[in-house]
Design a protein around this ligand. Structure first.
Ligand SMILES: C[S@@+](CC[C@H](N)C(=O)[O-])C[C@H]1O[C@@H](n2cnc3c(N)ncnc32)[C@H](O)[C@@H]1O
Length: 200
């Protein structure tokens, strides 16, 4: 199935790694520190792009764990492969709303700067729920608030013009309908961090 975002992100891929400042990386690293990633765990990175989170995550999971990135932009996946040829990193070209993994495969899922772009957000949540093990957490992360993000996308226009994080009540309902529990949402200037726990 073709999605208009695929072409957009394919075109962005070559320059993508230049988008991040040293400050972004430092803030991201602090956030990753706070997620409670355990050595030996299997982590799913949805909409992984070129793999900006991979190094932070793979060092935490160590040799006994894995980091699996999923992205439906072939060009992003190609660069992610090239950037991280490590034995504990996998990159898969797939849509977040149709994940090619067995049930109960991962101990944690993260979507950094990606969830608003998913065309089928409820299906992506449902699929994430399916592939997570019981009690695993799903994190949606941005380095800006939902309002700031909507403004950025609006200014960019084109295919991302209306891409947004659902309003808090709607996102809570979406998580609940997938049987995620303990939903927490922090949304203030400079940070958006939603988390939910998978109850099977
Ligand atoms: C803004 S980029 C963020 C990439 C990466 N997480 C980062 O922060 O560098 C959003 C990514 O989500 C991917 N994406 C958008 N919709 C997707 C979908 N339905 N399934 C898989 N990946 C998707 C895009 O191809 C793109 O690489």
């Amino acid at each position: 199935m073709h999605d208009k975002h695929q072409e957009f992100f394919d075109l962005m891929a070559a320059e993508w790694d230049l988008m991040f400042t040293a400050e972004d990386l430092e803030r991201l690293s602090h956030i990753v520190e706070s997620l409670g990633v355990e050595a030996g765990s299997d982590i799913l990175d949805l909409g992984c792009g070129t793999g900006i989170l991979f190094d932070m995550l793979r060092r935490k999971v160590g040799g006994a764990g894995t980091v699996t990135g999923v992205d439906f932009s072939f060009q992003m996946v190609r660069r992610a492969h090239r950037n991280f040829p490590h034995h504990n990193v996998n990159v898969v070209d797939a849509d977040a709303s149709d994940l090619p993994f067995d049930d109960d495969t991962f101990d944690m899922a993260v979507a950094f700067s990606a969830f608003p772009h998913f065309t089928h957000q409820q299906r992506a949540i449902d699929e994430t729920h399916r592939v997570l093990r019981p009690d695993a957490k799903f994190f949606i992360i941005h380095l800006i608030s939902s309002r700031e993000l909507a403004e950025v996308h609006h200014e960019m226009g084109g295919v991302v013009e209306h891409d947004a994080i659902p309003p808090e009540m709607k996102l809570r309902k979406m998580f609940n309908s997938s049987k995620f529990a303990d939903v927490s949402i922090k949304d203030h200037p400079g940070l958006y961090l939603a988390s939910a726990i998978n109850v099977k």
